[in-house]
Design a protein around this ligand. Structure first.
Ligand code: KIV
Length: 292
């Protein structure tokens, strides 16, 4: 039985921290769920860590549906939230409803996430009213990285901090079941979390949020050398994988791989008969020693 937005709300009410992890494919989703992660985010960060772009702007709805469908198919318990990507919820009143419905019907997610503050509240209200749970996302909203001029901490001055408070309240009022706070100073994120009844999920927003979300590839060092300041390196799988692949290449080059253990036998008489037949009927002999 999958967790629902009610279970996530109960966690906030019981002051039980909520862990969320991104997942994009079958291995990451299975491993994250096996580690008891209650909520998985099929984030459009896949544009950067899976597709190799330098921002999330190029991710399309079809990509999100594809990855959401994989993650929901191989998991059973986690609440799966899917991102609506760049420009798929801002163009008309109808567009967000149609696209959120596709993420749910075709991608199988239990909720969608949208980036934006107070100005987005009416859109969130429409989606929620149509029966689709929504998670908000404020602070640094990566789809607007070009507008921000980089991945910068938000809300450091009183005006911008006050706007973030108003954004969070408007999103809650519109019916969202939770809000991601990204790159928000720790005291401000803690303060916003204390004002809201719905859970806040922080990324680079300190320990005062009701939960934390991190990008799978960052925690495991799978996205190259760069580790954002808000992430902690729980393992360096990139290094382990690189060493293993180098060894594989070396072993293929030196014929150390494969060994007999990785092969399949054939009876000597079958091989002997085959050689005779090839020679007799096709007139062919090996052009070099038969290895193995
Ligand atoms: O796309 C994503 O992975 C996200 C998280 C960074 C919150 O939105």
């Amino acid at each position: 039985m999958r967790l629902t937005i009610r279970d996530i709300q109960k966690m906030k009410d019981n002051r039980e921290p909520i862990a969320m992890l991104t997942a994009y494919d079958a291995p990451s989703a299975r491993l994250a769920e096996a580690a008891n992660t209650p909520t998985l985010l099929v984030g459009d960060s896949l544009g950067m860590v899976v597709q190799g772009h330098d921002s999330t702007v190029k991710v399309r709805l079809e990509h999100m549906i594809y990855h959401c469908e994989i993650v929901t198919r191989v998991t059973q318990r986690a609440l799966v939230v899917g991102d609506l990507p760049f420009m798929t919820y801002k163009v008309s009143v109808q567009q967000p409803l149609t696209n959120a419905a596709r993420l749910m019907q075709e991608g199988g997610v239990g909720a969608v996430k949208l980036e934006g503050g107070e100005w987005l509240a009416p859109t969130i209200g429409h989606i929620v009213a149509s029966g689709i749970p929504v998670m908000g996302h404020i602070g640094l909203t990566p789809q607007s990285v070009n507008q921000f001029g980089g991945f910068r901490v938000q809300g450091r001055e009183v005006d911008s901090a006050y706007q973030l408070v108003k954004d969070a309240l408007a999103i809650q009022h519109a019916g969202a079941f939770g809000i991601v706070l990204e790159l928000v100073p720790t005291p401000l994120a803690a303060y916003i979390s204390s004002l809201l009844t719905i859970p806040t999920i922080g990324i680079g927003a300190g320990g005062g949020c009701d939960g934390q979300v991190q990008v799978y590839h960052d925690l495991l060092t799978l996205a190259g050398e760069f580790l954002p300041k808000h992430a902690k390196q729980y393992a360096n799988l990139g290094e382990v994988i690189q060493a293993a692949l180098t060894q594989y290449n070396d072993e293929v080059r030196t014929r150390a791989f494969p060994t007999a253990a990785q092969g399949f036998t054939l009876k000597d008489e079958v091989m002997g008969d085959l050689r005779q037949r090839v020679e007799g009927e096709l007139g062919l002999k090996p052009r070099r020693d038969v290895i193995g």
